[in-house]
Design a protein around this ligand. Structure first.
Ligand code: NI
Length: 160
């Protein structure tokens, strides 16, 4: 496994549509492992492949307590409700914003074994999923933020 460099700001890959993964081979498995290692190294709660310069539809996330998820070709199939919350991003260091997101989502994805799985999530996990899936579509949280939040207002940083 290796720690990858995280792209920042409006890098072209961060602003591009990522491509679906057609075949889950060893390179994809290694990439997911590297993404997880990189996410933990920089103390994020999620990371999308475009953030390390790879335009593929892969995300990893861990809302806490070592609940690591590695998702391939994730997509929201249901969204419900709305809730505002503060977000940050490893690609936009030091900036936080209040972002409206669906309160509940249902996400369909492949796991690293190639199984089609569905994840039903609310609150913080739902927020991370939406933030990471946005990365796959070239969308950054600042595009959706309704206001910036002073980092001093935050008891702890939640960066994805
Ligand atoms: Ni992010």
């Amino acid at each position: 496994m290796a720690i990858r460099r995280i792209l920042k700001g409006n890098h072209t890959v961060l602003r591009s549509q990522a491509r679906p993964v057609k075949k889950i081979n060893q390179a994809i498995i290694t990439l997911l492992d590297d993404m997880a290692e990189t996410m933990y190294e920089y103390e994020g709660v999620g990371l999308a492949a475009p953030q390390i310069g790879i335009a593929k539809r892969l995300i990893v996330l861990d809302p806490g307590e070592d609940h690591l998820m590695k998702l391939i070709n994730p997509r929201c199939i249901e969204m419900e409700g709305e809730e505002n919350g503060v977000e940050g991003c490893l690609s936009i260091p030091g900036i936080f914003g209040e972002v409206p997101r669906a309160f509940r989502v249902q996400v369909e994805a492949l796991d690293p074994g190639g199984n089609l799985i569905q994840i039903e999530a609310t609150g913080f996990l739902a927020r991370i999923l939406q933030h990471e899936i946005d990365h796959l579509n070239g969308i950054l949280f600042l595009d959706r933020a309704i206001r910036l939040v002073d980092p001093a207002e935050r008891p702890e940083e939640e960066r994805a």
